[in-house]
Design a protein around this ligand. Structure first.
Ligand SMILES: [Zn+2]
Ligand SMILES: [Zn+2]
Length: 267
C-alpha cells in the first residue's frame, strides 16, 4: 500500500471513530467531567499533533516500513518457519498486542519510563481525547519496541496496519466517557477492553492504576493476574489522575511536555 494512502486510510478511520465516540459521550456520558473539554482538549490534541510530526520526522516509515522491509528480505521467525500469510497475520496481531501489554506494564514499573507514561495518567478526566494523549518520547520508545517485534517475528505488513488501526480505535473506545448497559459491558469486556475496565487504570490509587494494562484484548490481564473488575470507590466515586499533577495548569500543552522532568508540585 502506498504510504500516503495508508496514512489517509488510518486517519480516516481514526477520525470516524472519534466522531462516533465524541457523539456517544455527549448523548450518554458515564461521569460528569471535573474539568471542561475546553480546558483539556486543545492540549490533548496538541500532543497528538506533536507526536505525529515527531514520528514523521524521525521514523517516517513507522512500523509498517519495518514490516515491508522484513517481508521483502525474508527476515524474522515467521519467514524461517514458512508460515502461511493468514497464520502469520493472526499470530502477528496477537504478538503485537501482547508486546503492547508488556510494554505498558514496563512503563509502570521502571521509574524513568513511568515518568514518561504518567503524563497519560495525569489527565484529570478520562474521555476519548485521553486515549490519544501520550508523551512523544513514550511514542518513540513504543515505536522502537514494535519495530523490534516486527523484525524478530517477521510480522506481515497487513497485520501491522490492521493492528495499528484497531489499537487506535480501541484506545479511543476504552478511554471514552460513555455509558454502556452493565450487562453489555460484561459481555463486551470478554473480547475487548471496555471503558469501565480501563477507567480503573486511571484511578488515583496506585494499586488500581497498576492493574488493567490491556488496551485492546482483555485476556492478558486475566492471564497474568493484573485484572481488576472495578474501582473500590465505584465508577462514580473514584478520583481520576495522579496526586502530583492536580493543578489545572497541568492541563496546558507545555506542562504536559515537561511533566516527565518535574518532581514537585508546581505553584
Ligand atoms: Zn498506564
Ligand atoms: Zn489510559
Amino acid at each position: 500500500m502506498d504510504a500516503t494512502i495508508e496514512i489517509m486510510f488510518r486517519l480516516g478511520i481514526a477520525v470516524a471513530v472519534f466522531a462516533v465516540m465524541a457523539a456517544w459521550e455527549v448523548l450518554a456520558p458515564r461521569r460528569p467531567l471535573s474539568a471542561s473539554r475546553l480546558s483539556r482538549w486543545p492540549s490533548n490534541f496538541g500532543i497528538v499533533v506533536v507526536d505525529a510530526l515527531l514520528v514523521r520526522l524521525i521514523v517516517p516509515t513507522a512500523v509498517v516500513g519495518a514490516a515491508l522491509y522484513a517481508a521483502g528480505h525474508g527476515i524474522g521467525l515467521f519467514h524461517w518457519l514458512n508460515l502461511r500469510l493468514s497464520v502469520a497475520a493472526v499470530a502477528g496481531f496477537l504478538i503485537l498486542d501482547l508486546v503492547i501489554y508488556a510494554q505498558h506494564v514496563l512503563f509502570h514499573h521502571v521509574p524513568w519510563l513511568w515518568r514518561l507514561h504518567r503524563m497519560h495518567h495525569a489527565d484529570l478526566d478520562i474521555d476519548v481525547s485521553t486515549g490519544l494523549r501520550f508523551h512523544p518520547f513514550e511514542i518513540l520508545i513504543s515505536l522502537a519496541i514494535k519495530i523490534a517485534a516486527v523484525m524478530t517475528f517477521g510480522i506481515p505488513p497487513i497485520a501491522v496496519i490492521v493492528f495499528e488501526v484497531v489499537l487506535n480505535a480501541t484506545s479511543q473506545f476504552n478511554h471514552a466517557n460513555v455509558r454502556m448497559p452493565f450487562g453489555l459491558d460484561r459481555i463486551v469486556r470478554l473480547l475487548v477492553v471496555t471503558p469501565d475496565m480501563h477507567r480503573v487504570h486511571h484511578s488515583v490509587e496506585r494499586a488500581e492504576h497498576n492493574s488493567n494494562f490491556g488496551f485492546n484484548l482483555p485476556w492478558w490481564d486475566r492471564l497474568f493476574g493484573t485484572y481488576r473488575r472495578e474501582p473500590a470507590a465505584g465508577h462514580d466515586g473514584m478520583t481520576i489522575g495522579l496526586p502530583l499533577f492536580r493543578d489545572r495548569r497541568e492541563l496546558r500543552l507545555d506542562r504536559l511536555l515537561t511533566q516527565p522532568f518535574r518532581n514537585e508540585r508546581t505553584k
